[in-house]
Design a protein around this ligand. Structure first.
Ligand code: C5P
Length: 335
C-alpha cells in the first residue's frame, strides 16, 4: 500500500516536471534564437492541429471569428491588378490620383493594356485557399530592431518572404535571412532583383505603371517627382502590381483614413493577410532604445519612415498590435 502511494507520488512528480520543463522551453524558445529548432518543430506541427478552414492550426478566417476582424477583412477585394479588375470606380481612381498629385496623367486603361503586354496577367494568382493549404508568410519590415535578433533562419523557414524598398540581405543574413520570394517597391525605392524573386510594385500614380513597363524594356522614363532608375534587373515574368482598389481598401477600412496613405510595411502586411494562412511580422517599430532607423544604417536618425508626414505610424502600430492580440498575425519584436 505504502509502496504504491510512493509510486503514484513519483509518477506525479515526473509528470509535473515534464509539464513545467515543456512550458519553460516553449516560452524560452520564443526569445532565444539558439533554441529556434524547437520553434520549427512547433511550426511544422501546425498542420496537425488544422481546424478545417485552412491547413494550419489557426487560419486567417476562423469558423467563429472576431466581429471587429470580420467587419474589415474582405476577401472579395483582390490585392493584385489584372486586366479584368482594372476598371476602377471613379471614387477609387480620384483618390489614387491625388496620392502624389501627378499632373496630366496618361489614359489609365491604355497604360494598363501596354503594361500587361510586358508582364503576365494572371488574376487567379493566390486564390487557392482551402483546407489543404497552410501557407506561412514572413513580412519583413526595415526596422533597426532586426539587428542582433538572429531571426534569419526563422524568417527563411517561411513559404513566402516579403521584403521591401531598399532592404538588403547580403551581410545581414543571420538577422534577416537570405531568401526573398516577394520584394515590394515603387519607382523611387526600386532596387535590382535576382531572377527568381517576384517584384511587387505599389503604384502611387499612373506614371508608376508606365515606369515599370519602361524600366523592364526601353528605359525611357528617368524621372517621376525625383530622378528614378531608368532600368532595373528583374524577371519580367515575375512582376505583380498592387491594385489601387486594394490600396484604397487598406486605407479606408483598416486605417479608417488615418494618415494620407498607408506605409509600404502596412500595405505589405495586408497583402500577406490576404494571400497567406499564417502571417509573421518582423522588423516593424522602433528598436529597444526607441530608434526608428533601418537595420543597415549606423545612423540612428536616418531614413525614418515616420518623419515623412504622410503615414500615421502610431495608428498603424495600434492596428498591427490589435491584429496580433486577436492572433491574426504574430509579431517578432526584435532587439
Ligand atoms: O523605411 P521603409 O519605408 O523602407 O521601411 C519599410 C517599412 O518597414 C515601413 O513602411 C514600416 O512599415 C517598416 N518600418 C518600421 N520601423 C522602422 C523602419 C521601417 O516599422 N524603424
Amino acid at each position: 500500500m505504502y509502496l504504491s502511494k510512493q509510486k503514484t507520488f513519483r509518477a506525479f512528480t515526473v509528470l509535473a516536471f515534464i509539464v513545467t520543463f515543456t512550458m519553460f522551453l516553449f516560452g524560452f524558445t520564443l526569445r532565444d534564437p539558439s533554441l529556434y529548432f524547437f520553434k520549427y518543430a512547433i511550426r511544422k506541427s501546425d498542420s496537425f492541429f488544422s481546424n478545417g478552414q485552412c491547413g494550419c492550426r489557426q487560419c486567417m478566417t476562423e469558423l467563429e471569428d472576431d466581429p471587429w476582424f470580420t467587419e474589415r477583412f474582405n476577401l472579395s477585394v483582390h490585392p493584385l491588378l489584372s486586366r479584368r479588375n482594372s476598371l476602377l470606380t471613379n471614387d477609387t481612381y480620384c483618390w489614387w490620383q491625388r496620392l502624389q498629385d501627378h499632373k496630366d496623367p496618361a489614359d489609365f486603361s491604355e497604360v494598363v493594356e501596354k503594361l500587361f503586354q510586358v508582364i503576365p496577367d494572371n488574376d487567379k494568382l493566390y486564390k487557392d485557399a482551402g483546407p489543404e493549404r497552410c501557407r506561412t508568410c514572413a513580412v519583413v519590415g526595415n526596422s533597426g530592431n532586426l539587428k542582433g535578433s538572429r531571426y534569419g533562419p526563422l524568417i527563411d523557414s517561411s513559404d513566402v518572404i516579403i521584403r521591401m524598398n531598399m532592404a538588403p540581405t547580403s551581410g545581414f543574413e543571420e538577422d534577416v535571412g537570405s531568401r526573398t520570394t516577394h520584394h515590394v517597391m515603387y519607382p523611387e525605392s526600386a532596387i535590382d532583383l535576382d531572377n527568381t524573386t517576384i517584384l511587387l510594385l505599389i503604384p502611387f500614380k499612373t506614371l508608376d505603371l508606365q515606369w515599370i513597363t519602361s524600366a523592364l524594356t526601353t528605359g525611357s522614363i528617368e524621372e517621376t517627382y525625383v530622378p528614378v532608375r531608368s532600368k532595373i534587373k528583374a524577371n519580367k515574368n515575375r512582376v505583380l502590381i498592387y491594385s489601387p482598389a486594394f490600396f484604397k481598401y487598406v486605407h479606408d477600412t483598416w486605417l479608417e483614413s488615418h494618415g494620407r496613405y498607408p506605409s509600404t510595411g502596412f500595405l505589405s502586411l495586408l497583402f500577406a493577410m490576404h494571400i497567406c494562412d499564417k502571417v509573421s511580422v518582423y522588423g516593424f517599430g522602433a528598436d529597444r532604445y526607441g530608434n526608428w532607423h533601418h537595420y543597415w544604417e549606423n545612423n540612428y536618425h536616418g531614413g525614418e519612415f515616420r518623419k515623412t508626414g504622410v503615414h500615421d505610424a502610431d495608428h498603424e502600430n495600434n492596428v498591427t498590435l490589435l491584429l496580433a492580440d486577436k492572433h491574426k498575425i504574430y509579431i517578432f519584436k526584435g532587439f
